[in-house]
Design a protein around this ligand. Structure first.
Ligand SMILES: [Zn+2]
Length: 122
């Protein structure tokens, strides 16, 4: 490949050298692009969504999504970057620490009034 190295980047996930255009943009990153490539990001997010759908149930999963968006609008937030960063952090937590993540989900549901009495673990 004759592409200048500056326009390429090694994905931290798959380890492949790819053009920057294959990475999602990230305002927080030094080079304004995420550390992992778009394909890896999509795979990770899809896996996390599937995990959450499976563990929360489809209805609760969608209900939570809607509730989060509603709260975001209600708070007058128009900049979604912190929310996105938080979502990514949550996905990471879900991937690495499923139990802690499940506990957090229960706390959030209680906080949102979706589940006033947190269920005990089965
Ligand atoms: Zn990758």
């Amino acid at each position: 490949m004759s592409m200048p190295l500056l326009l390429q980047k090694i994905c931290t996930q798959c380890g492949e050298l790819k053009p920057l255009s294959k990475f999602y943009r990230s305002a927080a990153a030094k080079d304004r692009h995420m550390a992992e490539c778009a394909a890896c990001t999509r795979a990770r997010v899809d896996a996390s969504k599937a995990w959450r759908r499976e563990h929360l149930g489809e209805a609760e999963y969608l209900l939570r999504q809607r509730e989060t968006a509603r709260r975001s609008r209600a708070s007058g937030r128009t900049d979604y970057r912190p929310t996105k960063a938080r979502t990514l952090a949550l996905l990471e937590l879900g991937r690495r620490h499923p139990k802690e993540y499940a506990a957090l989900v229960r706390l959030e549901r209680a906080h949102l009034g979706l589940d006033p009495t947190p269920q005990s673990q089965k």
